[in-house]
Structure formats: structure tokens, C-alpha cells
Design a protein around this ligand. Structure first.
Ligand code: XIL
Length: 304
């Protein structure tokens, strides 16, 4: 049976992110996506400069296509890229006045979230707010113009625009860097203390060498649960050059996540044909270039 079949029995979202709608032109790609997953999210197409390259102009077609595909195949869609660490259009970057910048952010969130009202019910609101290795907030365009409060502002705007949606802060490497893990926890618990609307953290989990230490995922789930928040896995892939190691990591991460009570797991794509990878030669996903399931797939399936 398929991943989605197993996942659905337990009420688990099993998703593929990194879905460039263009890939749907490939019938094999589309078939595996629809057969194996019950959730999907875009790759770059919802990031600001992609969806709204010039003031007032929105490229709705690409995301509409994903949303329609999901509807046709009884899948849900996760929004990704409202604030990303890349990809901001010039018209935004030219705004230097904080009030005008804040207004632009609000206008942008409302445009997207209202359009997909009732169709997208969970979002990565801010991605990579922290420096890659930890040690403070990323000095991105939002930080430069609005200061550190931009993150809380983004969540407030998002909640007002989509009151029923789940809102996540998406972050990398927190499962492997203890200092950064603590930093994210401090940031998010300060939000909870101040009443900033947030529903959880989304772990990217682009794993390059070793799996997170056993127990770390569980510990995070428990500490966020104590705040009333959820932990999701948003972009899992494993970029080692060793197939057996990779397989073990897939199995270990998915089974610890499920044991800990995580109910929302997405991978950063599913076929090595379209893998986004920074490790030369890596084959980080569950299906090979010809859509044949790899041992990574079987390990995941067994863990579900
Ligand atoms: C990546 C895309 O896959 C690439 O095509 C792009 O060049 C850079 O961004 N974390 C995220 C994703 O949240 O949006 C990133 O996607 C991968 C890391």
C-alpha cells in the first residue's frame, strides 16, 4: 500500500513539499505524488518575488494549479514562502520606510491568504528567521527595515488574514544545533507569553550527515506541547552519499516523530529526478530518477 494509505489510517499528514507545478506536466510525477501523499506544498512559487514580482501583479496560475491538483486528488495544501530568506521583489526592497514596508507585508499576506481561504489551512509564515548556525536573527530585508519585531508582526497579520489556519515558524538545523534549538524555543515561548498568534514550529530537517540524536525530536515535541504548540516536519530529506545510512535515517526520524506524536510530516520532494541538493551527487529522496521506490521509501513505509 501507499504512504498516504498508511498515514491516513492514523490521521497523519504525509506530504511532499518542493512541488514546482511545472512538474505536474509529467504524468508519472503527478501519479506518484497523488498516490503516495495526502499533502503538498510549493517549492519557490509562493515566495514573494515569484508570486508577486511587480507591485500589484500576482502570478496566481502556478499556485492555482497546485491547489486544483490537490482538490482533484483529495489532498491538502500547505502554504510555504510568505516570508522566505530569499526571493524578495525589487519593489519591496525599495521601500525603506517601516510603516510602508509593514503595509506592503499586510497587503501581500492578505492577497494570498484570502485567495486561498478554505483551500490552504496551514502556513509557514516566516522561514529561517534565525541565522543558519544560530546566534541571533537573520539580517534579512524584513529585519533591516522593521527590526526584530517583524516576526511577531508577520504572525499577527497572518492570523488576522486567515483566522482558522495553522501558523508555523519554519527553521533549519534546530534538531542538530542545541544552541539554536534553545534560541528558537526562547523566541517562540516569548511569543506565547505575549499572545503573538502562533501554532507551532516546522522543522525543515535537511539532514546532511547524521540523524538528530535520538530523543531530540521527542524532547522538542514535549517542550512545545507544554506551550500549547505543535511540532511539524516540513522539508525532510537526507543528503548523505550512502544509501544504507540514508535509509536508516529516514526510518529513525519518521518513527521517532510518530512515536512523539507528530502528525504532520512533509519531505522536500520525493524523486531524485528533481532533488534540490547542495551535496554533489547526493540522492536525498525516497524515489529514484525513474520514480522507482528506494530503500528510503520502504524504511519510511515501515515506520508509518
Ligand atoms: C529552496 C529551493 O528548493 C531552491 O530551488 C531554491 O533555489 C532555494 O530554496 N528551506 C526552505 C526552502 O524553506 O524554501 C528552500 O527551498 C530549501 C531550504
Amino acid at each position: 500500500t501507499s504512504l498516504r494509505n498508511e498515514a491516513s489510517k492514523k490521521d497523519i499528514l504525509i506530504g511532499s513539499g518542493a512541488i514546482n507545478p511545472m512538474y505536474l506536466n509529467d504524468p508519472e510525477f503527478a501519479a506518484v505524488l497523488a498516490n503516495q501523499f495526502n499533502s503538498l506544498s510549493p517549492e519557490n512559487e509562493m515566495k514573494w518575488s515569484f508570486i508577486n514580482p511587480t507591485k500589484g501583479h500576482y502570478n496566481w496560475d502556478t499556485i492555482d494549479r497546485l491547489v486544483n491538483f490537490a482538490e482533484d486528488n483529495n489532498m491538502v495544501v500547505k502554504g510555504h514562502g510568505l516570508i522566505s530568506s530569499c526571493c524578495n521583489p525589487d519593489f519591496l526592497l525599495n521601500i525603506t520606510h517601516p510603516t510602508a514596508f509593514h503595509t506592503a507585508m499586510k497587503t501581500h499576506f492578505e492577497a494570498i491568504m484570502h485567495r486561498y481561504d478554505g483551500k490552504i489551512d496551514r502556513w509557514d509564515v516566516v522561514t529561517e528567521a534565525l541565522k543558519t548556525q544560530g546566534g541571533g536573527l537573520n539580517n534579512n530585508n524584513f529585519y533591516q527595515v522593521l527590526g526584530p519585531g517583524y516576526i511577531a508582526d508577520a504572525f499577527r497579520i497572518a492570523r488576522a488574514a486567515a483566522p482558522d489556519a495553522k501558523l508555523f515558524i519554519n527553521e533549519n538545523l534546530v534538531e542538530s544545533l542545541p544552541g539554536k534549538r534553545q534560541e528558537l524555543y526562547n523566541l517562540v515561548s516569548s511569543f506565547v507569553a505575549k499572545g503573538v498568534p502562533i501554532d507551532g514550529i516546522a522543522l525543515q530537517m535537511h539532514i546532511t550527515e547524521v540523524a538528530p540524536k535520538p530523543g531530540v525530536i521527542t524532547e522538542m515535541v514535549n517542550s512545545y506541547k507544554a506551550l500549547g504548540l505543535e511540532v511539524a516536519i516540513a522539508e525532510l530529506d537526507v543528503h548523505t552519499l550512502d544509501n544504507a545510512v540514508e535509509t536508516d535515517i529516514y526510518g529513525a526520524v519518521v518513527s521517532e516523530a510518530l512515536d512523539a506524536g507528530i502528525t504532520d510530516i512533509s519531505f522536500w520532494g520525493f524523486t531524485d529526478k528533481h532533488a534540490y541538493t547542495w551535496v554533489q551527487g547526493a540522492k536525498p529522496l525516497m524515489f529514484d530518477q525513474c520514480y522507482k521506490p528506494k530503500s528510503e521509501f520502504y524504511a519510511t513505509h515501515a515506520a508509518l
